[in-house]
Design a protein around this ligand. Structure first.
Ligand code: BEZ
Ligand code: FE
Length: 282
């Protein structure tokens, strides 16, 4: 091989520079990345102005990031990369609850609430009782499982997007299952909403003829000792955006029933059981 870079031997030229003591996994990942990146550039015969556009796009993506805004995660989500990494790393047996995308609006340290307590404090939306059981693969209830929940409000915004409008911790809470593995809480029936689309990712969706909406969902992180952590949502099945989620998060098994109630203290009831996979079953 020539000592110098050439179009034909571009991958070899770059990968040959890696030192001998580089961490083997880093070497594997970076060599593959270079190989696919160069193959992509050759495949589309990338022009100079397209390269400059891409650099500018990535620069803007970085510049809009802050403590509250993670545009690179949004980029990964909208390109399907987040869901693919999640799928590869969370293969589970049939019957186990599937994962989906975490999203940028989870906040650690939400208040621990009693079973049956309310989480919605802005007086907006249609009340909904969420209840069910956390079980193992055999259907045995898991006592002491933690369920961290969060959703948007009836206007499609999370509390952290409207700190001056919504009460702190609106539509959030952490619950612990009882001896029978059951959980319950009162929130609102979630509504569909657009992911933040006033930045470069929103512009990208627009030029690609894509909308920024996610179908209505309730977020859950379910954890219990000796079981795999489940990061997931339950979806409102008749939502208009079910088949075109901007971040590809929908899975058929995650559609939950929403039953309209008569003469009850809430307008809706959504029952969903979470089936956890043992931690040692990889
Ligand atoms: C969410 O569901 O909160 C979300 C997920 C991915 C991107 C933006 C929002
Ligand atoms: Fe969400």
């Amino acid at each position: 091989m020539s000592k110098f870079f050439s179009e034909v031997a571009s991958v070899e030229a770059v990968n040959a520079r890696m030192g001998n003591t580089v961490n083997p996994r880093l070497k594997e990942v970076m060599s593959s990345l270079i190989s696919h990146l160069h193959a992509f550039i050759k495949d589309v015969q990338l022009t100079q102005s397209e390269w400059e556009f891409a650099i500018d796009f990535l620069t803007q993506t970085g510049q809009i990031c802050s403590g509250e805004r993670q545009e690179f995660v949004l980029l990964s989500d909208t390109l399907g990369a987040s869901m693919l990494v999640d799928a590869i790393n969370n293969r589970r047996p049939a019957g186990a609850t599937e994962n989906t995308v975490l999203g940028p609006f989870h906040v650690k340290g939400a208040p621990e609430r009693d079973l049956g307590a309310g989480i919605s404090f802005d007086g907006k939306g249609e009340s909904c009782l969420f209840e069910g059981c956390v079980t193992d693969l055999r259907g045995n209830g898991i006592a002491g499982a933690r369920i961290d929940v969060w959703s948007d409000n009836a206007e499609g915004f999370y509390d952290v997007q409207q700190p001056d409008i919504q009460p702190k911790w609106n539509n959030r809470g952490v619950f612990t299952t009882g001896a029978d593995g059951r959980y319950s809480f009162v929130g609102i029936k979630p509504v569909s909403y657009p992911i933040p689309h006033d930045g470069p990712v929103g512009k990208m969706l627009e030029v690609l003829g894509r909308h920024p909406y996610r179908p209505a969902h309730m977020h859950f992180i379910v954890t219990a000792p000796d079981f795999q952590r489940v990061v997931t949502h339950t979806f409102v099945g008749d939502d208009n955006y079910m088949t075109s989620d901007a971040v590809f998060g929908v899975k058929e098994t995650l559609v939950a029933p929403y039953e309209r109630l008569q003469n009850a203290s809430t307008l809706w009831r959504s029952a969903f059981d979470f089936v956890l996979t043992p931690a040692d079953l990889d």
